[in-house]
Design a protein around this ligand. Structure first.
Ligand code: SFD
Ligand code: AMP
Length: 676
């Protein structure tokens, strides 16, 4: 009879395993069944598929609460190359144009599906008036696919009524896959390599967060899309606010850490996202800047972006782009804060006032409602702050603040895993005429046949997992999941006769995963206070230690995002000791076992971040972090990808550079350096 610490072991063999139930895996779930049908019809192969999510798909992942915009929709007035340009510019020039372009040329199809599945999308009528999603349907305005015009908040973003966005996308994924191919509340702890080829994936292991069961999956192909990483830095929200963060606290670095342990090459793990957000509630700012045309000011009412624009001249060419990169927008804000001209305000009063001069009364009312709905859709806590602080945005401005850092590859950040690019893009160039005797289409090392496959055979990723190509957001992550699904089916067909074998015995897996439980059971009676015990540390306490180290030494909010080589040395030593002590984490119940393993994932992700910052001898992202000993952007030596490989046996990282190539002409970005 299974009990706590003595689980039933359930073993299963599938062809394709999908880890995660977020946007990327929902895309993959939808797409994979279509290609599975093709595989059955054309090759007579019946592929076995499984999806596991640590939570419940309807509300799991970053889109859990809903969203109020789709931030990546290309439409008919721009092309994927423009999109690749924007992605590159916002991420200071070091992105993979092949991956961004590929998302750009496919993403609209996902958005059209969302609308078909029931997502209400704001529309413009023939007179250019805005209607929200339900009204647009009521008035018979055409769908996007049929030429309907979306309401653009920005060049790339379109407005939605998206409180139930995730439900809608998850429902389609579940319908496509069928519930018998889905297991919710399974937390995957580690990937398992193949016994006969250590650079091939063979399976994954996890445990149920509800029952005493340990699950071991053997799989030929695995899609690891478990989101980004939150809570490795001490958050600004402490005490009664603890747990409040901008990106979802339940995305704990599983993607990066498990891939690294499996031997996959990581890329740009030095990159992070420090979003400028409404203070304390973490409400997103995009709708305010783009849709409401609001300005941010310092405490003395000055528009600091215009005032400090010359500061950006030291970062050519990125500082001179028509829209400065997200990090540079932070950079000018931080100057005001550091020099004592805070607080920073979002001037909602002027913005809403101005709208009255240009819009009809109906539209003004609609937009005022949207000011609330924007937060109610995706960041309810911010409404609580407004209510609690008597803020009516048309009468009283709100404070802005740069948050603690987050690691992600799908929003305005680009850390992640190095993956194979699309097979049908690019052309031979003088630098890369051919590779291994065949005409090259992408630079050497960018493509090995299966879109989204990592450097470990059979291991794929998407969304936050794919590095060096940010700004995919929800729609682009869904798209990448779909692209990976198709490539996984191809991989399975190309490896029809492959038999994978787990390189670790089942007993060893059980022992390792349940170590925190065993530690607890062995020592729990040593002291009378359950949380105070010299033989173990609680996951909560361990997390505080990790956050303190990262905050104080690896450019968190405590140092205004500054670090240097010497501070990183200290961080390195402290993380080393933290890793040792992590072996003594306890788990008094299944919930703590989850917390313990989330922490292991966070620590390895944090270490990757630290090692990459150490390796990159410049400050590529001013406003996200500064290496004060190398406080410049060095285009000559560092316009390269910073990549790494982790060796789980020696526990050592190897960092190295990979050549960066611009595949899309970037000069367009800088021709007319218009004021922002
Ligand atoms: O306002 C395991 N995002 C926005 N995207 C948009 O298109 N528009 C917006 O308006 C967006 N904004 C926004 C966004 C996110 C958040 C939190 C807020 C506001 C407040 C970004 C998107 O949400 C994001 O790009 C995608 O969701 C990324 O997709 P993906 O699939 O890479 O990650 P996921 O959706 O978080 O899913 C992760 C899944 O993995 C599961 N999981 N399962 C098993 N084992 C483990 N060990 C696991 N670890 C995690 C999770 O449960 C989840 O299912 S705005 O800021 O611009
Ligand atoms: P956010 O709400 O900050 O997550 O941003 C949503 C979208 O708006 C993303 O595509 C951002 O890149 C974009 N965005 C946010 N603020 C600005 C700004 N000041 N200028 C241009 N784009 C922005």
């Amino acid at each position: 009879m299974a009990e706590f610490g003595n689980p039933d072991v359930i073993q299963e063999e599938v062809d394709i395993l999908m880890i995660g139930g977020g946007m990327a895996c929902c895309g993959a779930a939808y797409e994979v069944m279509r290609w599975t049908e093709v595989a059955k019809a054309e090759a007579g192969v019946d592929l076995k598929i499984k999806l596991v999510d640590k939570a419940a798909m309807d509300r799991s992942g970053a889109v859990a609460q809903g969203l109020s915009a789709i931030n990546t929709y290309i439409g008919d007035k721009q092309d994927p190359a423009d999109y690749a340009r924007m992605v590159s510019n916002d991420l200071m020039g070091i992105t993979r144009d092949d991956l961004a372009y590929d998302v750009g040329r496919n993403v609209d199809d996902s958005v059209h599906l969302f609308e078909e599945w029931g997502l209400p999308i704001w529309k413009l009528d023939a007179n250019g008036e805005r209607h929200d999603g339900a009204a647009a349907i009521g008035e018979g305005l055409p769908t996007l696919k049929d030429g309907g015009q979306p309401v653009r908040s920005g060049k790339w973003q379109i407005m939605i009524n998206g409180e139930s966005y995730k439900w809608i996308v998850a429902e389609a994924a579940k319908k496509a896959l069928g519930m018998d191919r889905i297991e919710e509340r399974i937390f995957i702890v580690k990937l398992i390599n193949d016994a006969n080829d250590k650079n091939r994936i063979a399976g994954a292991v996890g445990f149920s967060t509800r029952n005493h069961t340990l699950h071991i999956y053997k799989a030929k192909a695995i899609l690891l899309a478990a989101g980004g990483c939150v809570n490795i830095f001490r958050p600004r929200s402490v005490g009664e606010g603890t747990g409040r963060a901008w990106y979802p606290v339940w995305n704990s670095g599983s993607t990066y850490s498990m891939a690294a342990e499996a031997g996959a090459e990581l890329t740009m793990m030095e990159n992070r996202f420090v979003p400028c957000r409404f203070k304390d509630g973490y409400g997103p700012v995009g709708a305010w800047f783009l849709l409401f045309k609001a300005k941010a000011t310092n405490g003395y009412g000055e528009d600091y972006l215009s005032k400090n624009k010359a500061m950006l001249d030291q970062y050519p060419p990125y500082g001179q782009a028509a829209v400065p990169a997200s990090c540079l927008r932070n950079h000018v804000m931080l100057k005001e804060m550091k020099e004592g001209r805070g607080p920073i305000w979002m001037d909602t009063v002027t913005a809403l006032g101005n709208l009255r001069n240009t819009l009809s009364a109906r539209e003004v009312k609609h937009l005022e409602a949207e000011a609330w709905e924007d937060f109610l859709d995706m960041c309810i806590g911010q409404c609580g702050i407004w209510v609690g602080e008597n803020i009516e945005p048309e009468k009283k401005n709100s404070e802005l603040m740069p948050t603690e850092p987050y690691l992600l590859g799908s929003h305005s950040g680009c850390c992640g895993i190095w993956v194979s690019g699309p097979t049908d893009l690019g052309a031979p160039t003088a630098a890369d005429p051919e590779i291994d005797g065949v005409p090259a289409h992408l630079p050497k090392g960018w493509s090995w046949g299966y879109r989204g496959m990592t450097t470990v055979k059979g291991l794929f990723t998407a969304g936050d997992g794919v590095g060096a190509s940010g700004h995919k957001f929800s729609s682009g992550s869904h798209t990448e999941g779909r692209l990976a699904a198709r490539a996984m089916v191809k991989y399975c067909l190309d490896n029809k006769d492959l038999k994978v074998e787990l390189d670790t015995p089942v007993d060893a897996l059980v022992e390792e995963i349940y170590r925190p439980v065993r530690t607890y059971l062995e020592f729990k009676d040593y002291s009378t206070a359950i949380d105070v015990n010299p033989n173990y540390i609680t996951p909560k306490m361990l997390q505080f230690r990790l956050q303190k180290i990262m905050d104080e030494y690896v450019a968190g909010v405590a140092t205004y995002y500054n670090t240097n080589d010497k501070m990183l040395e200290v961080a390195e030593q402290k993380l080393e000791m933290l890793k040792e002590d992590a072996m003594k984490m306890r788990a008094k119940d299944l919930h703590e076992l989850l917390r313990a393993w989330e922490n292991y994932h966070r620590i390895l992700t944090a270490e990757a971040h630290m090692k990459h910052i150490q390796f990159r001898e410049e400050s590529r992202y001013p406003g996200f972090y500064y290496r004060t000993d190398k406080n410049f952007v060095d285009e000559e030596n560092w316009k390269v990808f910073g990549n790494s490989i982790y060796d789980k046996t020696t526990k050592k990282w190897t960092n190295f550079k990979r050549r960066h190539v611009d595949l899309v002409d970037k000069s367009k970005l800088f021709k007319a350096a218009a004021p922002h």
